[in-house]
Design a protein around this ligand. Structure first.
Ligand SMILES: NC(=O)c1ccc[n+]([C@@H]2O[C@H](COP(=O)([O-])OP(=O)(O)OC[C@H]3O[C@@H](n4cnc5c(N)ncnc54)[C@H](OP(=O)(O)O)[C@@H]3O)[C@@H](O)[C@H]2O)c1
Length: 321
């Protein structure tokens, strides 16, 4: 089968298409013919080889050279212990090595939202699960909360705006000029253009701040938080080659020590339950994916360069079949 691999660390040109052996279905696995995938910053960091990533995946060259996580596709075979899916089912989920024609998935795979194309469905898993877990599990979102989403226009942000609205919050999104109308169209009650206004200087306070952009200091964030607020760190600028975005996370955590607000950082986890919750939200029209562009898998280098600008809006999808 055709699959994307990186045999060395570096810029997107290290990504190559190779012929790999098609995975076998395991007794607890679901073999999926992948129709679409989508790119996420996690793949950028794996590919460029931050020192923290190299400690897991090989110091000088990647031990596991497969890449990708999000997928949608059709079940080709299921293992003897699998009862929740059958061949022919249209599914979506998360599995490492998803920039490929086939994946064998043990856990995070469920029926895909019926009202989405394969390309739309592949844009959901990482970004929407991150938004959901950030708001619900770490942000403890409640109906009526005033929620600020800093970095509202990207993959995670476009889902976070809609999920926060669906969960009954009053939502403010922060993005650049070109994305203001799009973020408003997703249901944001207020939109702030960070090139024209400074949300840390307008005297408003929020019960929950989902920090996807990581663009401000703790001193600035603190000004807009209620004393009991939840401040959830999701992402940060690319940072240095050692720690990458983690440098900013550590800085915020250290600067906020002793604060009355609850500060958390988390790494989103794929699971079937959340994929099913998101499917229900999508099928009932509460949330919808925003896809900026679809690239063929063979043009993965262009898709990754696009993501690497840091100013993609919505999701960038790969068409595999
Ligand atoms: N913790 C986790 O488990 C987890 C999971 C997924 C992602 N992440 C992290 O979350 C971050 C975002 O991921 P993503 O998939 O949403 O990335 P993305 O799709 O590339 O989105 C980036 C967005 O950031 C916005 N942005 C850039 N500078 C900004 C600023 N100064 N203020 C406000 N917005 C700004 C851009 O909008 P404009 O063009 O309007 O500036 C762009 O739409 C990344 O750092 C990623 O590593 C973390």
């Amino acid at each position: 089968m055709k699959a994307a691999v990186f045999r060395s660390y570096g810029s997107p040109t290290v990504l190559k298409m190779e012929d790999l052996e098609k995975p076998m279905v395991t007794e607890d696995g679901v073999l999926v013919r992948v129709h679409a995938s989508s790119v996420n910053p996690a793949e950028w960091y794996a590919m460029t080889g931050l020192l923290v990533a190299r400690t897991q995946n090989g110091l000088f060259k990647p031990k596991d050279s497969r890449i990708g996580a999000d997928f949608s596709g059709v079940v080709e075979a299921v293992g003897s212990k699998v009862t929740h899916l059958k061949p022919g089912d249209e599914v979506y989920g998360g599995r490492s090595g998803a920039f490929a024609e086939y994946v064998n998935v043990r856990n995070a795979v469920v029926r895909k939202p019926a009202n989405l194309t394969f390309e739309e469905a592949a844009s959901v898993p990482t970004a929407a699960i991150t938004a959901l877990q950030g708001l619900r599990d770490h942000g403890k979102i409640k109906p009526g909360d005033k929620v600020l989403i800093n970095g509202a226009a990207g993959g995670v942000g476009t889902f976070a705006i809609q999920i926060a609205k669906a969960l009954g919050a009053e939502v403010t999104g922060v993005c650049s000029t070109k994305n203001v109308d799009m973020v408003r169209s997703l249901g944001a009650d207020h939109v702030m253009d960070y090139t024209k206004e400074d949300f840390t200087q307008i005297g408003k306070r929020y019960d929950l701040l989902l920090d996807i952009a990581g663009s401000r200091s703790w001193k600035e964030y603190k000004r807009v938080l209620t004393p009991e607020a939840n401040f959830v760190i999701v992402g940060a600028p690319k940072g240095n080659k050692v720690l990458g975005p983690l440098a900013n996370v550590i800085k915020l955590k250290l600067a906020s020590m002793g604060a009355s607000q609850k500060i958390s950082f988390f790494i989103a986890q794929f699971n079937r339950e959340d994929l099913a919750i998101l499917r229900e939200m999508i099928e009932s029209g509460k949330i919808k994916p925003v896809v900026e562009k679809v690239y063929p898998l063979a043009h993965l280098v262009d898709a990754m360069n696009h993501l690497g600008t840091g100013h993609a809006w919505g999701k960038i999808v790969l068409k595999v079949k």
